[in-house]
Design a protein around this ligand. Structure first.
Ligand SMILES: [Zn+2]
Ligand SMILES: [Zn+2]
Length: 231
């Protein structure tokens, strides 16, 4: 499923995954290149039908290396990510991507289907260009600023598209449970990343799970997390 949320910005998800488990990823059109921000679980393998110009180079920015966000990254000719998770992008085995133990016997498919975790072992997507805080990816007519927001994972990145007022914040802020209790997560770092993002000028946040969050809802989500952890 693809929905255009702003001119040249598509929000994508995979209908085969149950609604509660779905991840969202984004295809941004620039004049020089199209850019995936994340790549879902990897069930959808053909972007041809939704790209307006399939001849244009496709690059990808990975917000982090979890199994539910990296499935299509290998389609890009160039992959950008933070160096902290580089080894996982190069060799995305089910434990490093956290497909295991999460998926074991968990009904994650639409209709309560269970998948064999090994079956979603993603293709390697080695990082070509490391992004760190403040780095810019220029797609031609659209610039994305990287913000290092560790906490959910050590190399988590958020991306700001100032012209459209969109902040892509992946699993750092979203509706539902924000995972801070998994290998590599750091609750204190997450709180600091939330504080940092609260200072960023944007209109709507596009998370990796759940609804798009207008700024006020985003700030409320951060406040709820603070209360949950007693900060
Ligand atoms: Zn994640
Ligand atoms: Zn996720």
């Amino acid at each position: 499923m693809a929905i255009e949320i702003e001119p040249g910005v598509l929000r994508l998800t995979e209908d085969i995954v149950s609604e509660t488990e779905r991840s969202f990823f984004y295809l941004l059109q620039g004049s020089d290149a199209d850019c995936l921000i994340d790549g879902g679980w990897g069930f959808c393998t053909d972007l041809g039908a939704i790209r307006r110009d399939a001849e244009k180079p496709l690059v990808a920015i990975a917000t982090h290396s979890h199994f539910d966000h990296i499935g299509l990254l290998h389609l890009a000719k160039r992959c950008y990510a933070h160096h902290a998770e580089a080894a996982i992008f190069a060799d995305p085995d089910p434990v490093s991507t956290q497909a295991l133990p999460y998926l074991a016997d968990r009904p994650v498919l639409a209709g309560n289907g269970i998948i064999e975790p090994i079956s979603i072992r993603q293709q390697p997507c080695p990082v070509d260009i490391f992004l760190d805080d403040g780095d810019i990816v220029d797609l031609g007519g659209r610039r994305l600023v990287a913000i290092h927001t560790p906490g959910h994972s050590p190399g988590s990145l958020s991306l700001l598209d100032s012209d459209s007022g969109l902040l892509f914040c992946a699993d750092t802020v979203h509706d539902g449970h924000i995972w801070d209790d998994i290998p590599g997560a750091d609750g204190q770092a997450l709180l600091m990343s939330h504080e940092r993002l609260a200072e960023v000028d944007f209109a709507r946040a596009c998370p990796g799970h759940g609804a798009i969050l207008p700024r006020a809802a985003f700030l409320d989500r951060i406040e709820r997390y603070r209360r949950r952890v007693g900060a």
